[in-house]
Design a binder for this molecule. Structure first.
Ligand code: HEC
Ligand code: HEC
Ligand code: HEC
Ligand code: HEC
Length: 341
């Protein structure tokens, strides 16, 4: 073989391996979700759909309990949010919470072994607030979560710390010679590995920052955001797509991103989701700062917070739209957990 043939074969092998491991294998199913010709479509592979289904298996609900007729506030010593729940149903909920949040650790993840009424473990204090947060989501945020609602499992999936959380990142390294990114961005998994100014955009799910980009007039005066601001918006949008496992066209018509009348109904749901995430982070997560120990906080000392991936975990609807709430009405609207700020 002459040199050039070998070179060509070598390159083909390298490129071939690169392509084989980089792209999704066909067949790709294209699902049309808008008018023909507008490319408002979603692409799926069989393997991707199988993985999605495998990642979203819903645990069986605990068997219903015969009510004892005694309220938990009477039956137990130190019950602050579930007092109006029947004491037998209370124990059923405790069993399920353990399965959802701490299946390995068991009751002692939150409880001291000697006394279940004891409030010494911070995890119990957090869990009490999480009960209120869950009830608040289900009662107040139906424009987003509908009747489907959420339980602890939506976020926790059998682990104490949900797999997808975010916290503030330290500023870039100072002006050293090596490793100085000179203000350039590095890829971040939170933005689907795009090199966008990461993390700052996450604070859009915390503070009421304007996400809009496109101007309504030709002149710069009509621009609604800076170039940096636009990068943050795109970072946030990459997060949306990645968290839900969808393309931009799940919500937008890409010829007019800003235009609501050309957007899908899902964009409206997402709009409420942004407001919900801000509410959960400011009203529930951040006030727990004094309860969480330092090792549970981020590098800047703030509490780990909720983003779209915390619930969605790669699915267009968390757990593919299956409602676990219907088997646990105590976590839903009209349940015993009183409305909290
Ligand atoms: C993820 C945290 C968590 C886990 C795990 C957990 N609990 Fe609880 N438990 C709580 C919270 C929070 C309260 C207080 C509820 C309230 O104030 O309304 C509580 C209260 C109780 C009480 C009432 C005690 C009293 O007298 O005040 C009992 C009984 C109880 N849990 C039993 C259990 C059992 C049994 C298990 C294991 C199967 C368990 N819990 C697992 C968080 C947890
Ligand atoms: C919307 C998502 C969401 C829901 C719903 C949710 N949690 Fe959490 N939970 C979080 C986040 C975010 C954290 C913070 C993780 C961290 O920084 O440690 C957390 C932390 C906790 C912790 C502390 C874990 C540790 O080891 O530090 C406990 C305990 C807990 N949750 C219990 C519950 C219980 C019980 C429920 C249901 C009543 C629930 N959570 C519902 C998002 C959620
Ligand atoms: C799950 C739905 C959803 C997905 C997926 C999504 N977006 Fe968005 N997008 C929104 C919502 C909601 C807003 C409006 C946010 C607001 O104003 O609070 C928005 C706003 C925008 C804006 C600003 C429009 C303006 O008013 O100036 C741009 C640009 C944008 N998206 C681009 C994208 C791109 C690019 C992608 C894919 C990487 C994408 N979006 C994916 C829901 C989505
Ligand atoms: C507290 C958990 C939770 C968080 C956080 C969350 N969602 Fe959702 N989302 C849900 C649930 C539950 C549904 C399903 C509602 C239903 O059955 O119609 C849903 C549905 C949606 C839908 C509708 C999908 C469809 O096909 O109709 C969109 C779009 C969406 N979410 C976007 C977002 C975005 C964007 C974020 C972050 C800004 C977000 N969600 C954060 C729980 C959550």
């Amino acid at each position: 073989m002459n040199f050039y043939v070998r070179l060509a074969l070598g390159l083909a092998a390298v490129l071939g391996a690169g392509i084989a491991f980089t792209f999704e294998y066909p067949p790709i199913t294209v699902e049309q979700r808008g008018y023909r010709g507008l490319a408002i479509e979603q692409n799926h592979t069989d393997k991707g759909l199988a993985t999605l289904a495998a990642n979203n298996v819903v645990p069986a609900a605990a068997d219903p309990q015969e009510p004892s007729g005694i309220k938990s506030s009477k039956a137990y010593e130190n019950v602050k949010v579930l007092g109006d729940l029947d004491s037998n149903e209370f124990l059923r909920l405790m069993t399920s919470i353990t399965e959802w949040v701490a299946p390995q650790e068991g009751c002692t993840y939150c409880h001291s072994e000697e006394n279940l009424a004891d409030d010494t473990k911070y995890t119990k204090i957090v869990a009490r607030r999480m009960l209120q947060m869950t009830a608040h989501i289900n009662a107040t945020w139906q424009p987003h979560v509908a009747q489907t609602g959420v339980t602890c499992y939506t976020c926790h999936r059998g682990r104490g710390v949900p797999a997808n959380v975010w916290s503030a990142e330290p500023p870039q390294a100072g002006p050293t010679f090596a490793g100085n990114r000179a203000g350039q961005n590095a890829p971040s998994s939170i933005a689907a590995n795009a090199s966008l100014p990461h993390n700052i955009f996450m604070s859009y799910l915390d503070k009421a920052v304007d996400i809009k980009v496109q101007g309504t007039q030709a002149l710069p005066a009509g621009n609604r955001n800076t170039i940096m601001g636009a990068e943050h918006t795109y970072g946030l949008m990459m997060h949306f797509s990645n968290a839900l496992g969808v393309n931009c066209t799940y919500c937008h018509n890409s010829r007019a991103f800003a235009n609501w009348s050309q957007s899908s109904p899902q964009r409206v749901t997402a709009w409420h989701g942004i407001r919900m995430a801000r509410d959960l982070n400011t009203a529930y997560m951040e006030p727990l700062a004094s309860v969480f120990p330092d090792n549970r906080k981020g590098p800047m000392g703030d509490v780990k917070k909720v983003n779209c991936a915390t619930c969605h975990q790669g699915a267009y609807k968390p757990l593919l739209g299956v409602s676990m709430l219907k088997d646990y009405p105590e976590l839903g609207p009209g349940g015993p957990i009183k409305a909290t700020p």
